[in-house]
Write a protein that binds this ligand. Sequence first.
Ligand code: LLP
Length: 431
Amino acid sequence: MLSSNITRDENGALRFAGQSVPALAQRYGTPLYLMDEARIRANCRMYKNAFESAFGGAALPLYASKACSFRQMYRIMAEEGMGVDAVSRGEIHTAITAGFPAERIWFHGCGKTDADIRYALEQGVGCFIVDGMEELEALNAEAGRRGVRQKILLRVTPGIDPHTYEAVNTGRVDVKFGVPIGTGQALDFVRAALNSPNVAVDGLHCHVGSMVFDENVFEDTVDLMLAFMLTLRDTLGYTAGTLDLGGGYGVRYVDEDKQVDIPGRITALAAHLRSRAAELGLPVPYILMEPGRSIVADAGLTVYTVSAVKRIPGFKNHVIVDGGMTDNPRYCLYKARYTVLHAGRETGETAVFDLAGCCCESGDILQPAVTLPADIRRGEQVAVCTTGAYNYSMASNYNRQGRPPVVMLRDGESCIAVRREGLEDLCALDV
Ligand code: LLP
């Protein structure tokens, strides 16, 4: 199986986190997001332990909560001693109302409005990751009005191509995020920040992309960032104390995907960082990273019920389910690959189908060319694996579909973390 939390029982029925998927579908209905809480916690601990042994106490993983955000998730992050990366007032509000400490939130975003800035200052968010000059000026002014000195990191773009897909490639010089080093603008940005009395510059941030599999991407990033830190020291007399390297480690969606040895990569990265810093005569900065996908992706599984099976001889077959691009837009957006399994039985004689959603749009495909039992029929269930990251958080109400519930699985028990959106919820904002 793709992941150790996916198994089958003696009758061939799928189990997730040790629990029967058909029984959960029966109890909660479909479409249904299942989340394996033990896996989320294990992934957090994997990062925490790797950081502890690779960097000593001088590092902290921040969960990039854009990957999957709801209150129970932030409670888990608080208990696991993680920091959190939030990108909107909505994520900050969700975190804080779940009891997550505001000072452990790093506030991202390339288009923060005055209202965002005011809100985050009001809430006492620990650190702003300032994305550009206008934000710096607006934040400095607002912090001044409030009489506070806000801790910040400055987001710069190192000019790296992490060889991932276009929509998530964020390190290159010409992206909309941060301020490029290569053009000289980042130097002016840091100078301006150091001259802003109401912010305390804690260090630098960069994020080069998501779904990174290439071995040397983070090492190359460290080289560019340390070189820039040297420039800052030599020209401005400023030594950055913190370096945030962003998120991005890739995960396995299909058997052919490589397994990234994250603790191994972190150990190698720390060794590289120490030796480069020593070569340049720089102190080793405090390290932050912002994993999202690699914390929650393999903790998720989505269950659907088949509504229709259409066989078009000489052309193709479709299995149409009761969800689709509304609960998982990733194939539509990125041609993302997924592993699809029949939830009720092992595959005997098989056929190839497109797994399609129920939206009124022919592009509503969850995954093309999946192998399922040839006699699959209405009422049976299928599961899409590895849906913990960027599925619930990217879900929409297109076609006025309600979003599925998120059910947490823990120690053989299940409980609703986000309830199903019903018809009244869909009209809740209509006047
Ligand atoms: N830090 C920053 C500044 C980011 O922009 C991101 C992701 C992360 C951390 C977390 O990266 P991760 O560890 O999850 O790769 N919707 C797309 C992914 C967009 C990623 C955006 N930024 C998808 O479904 O693949």
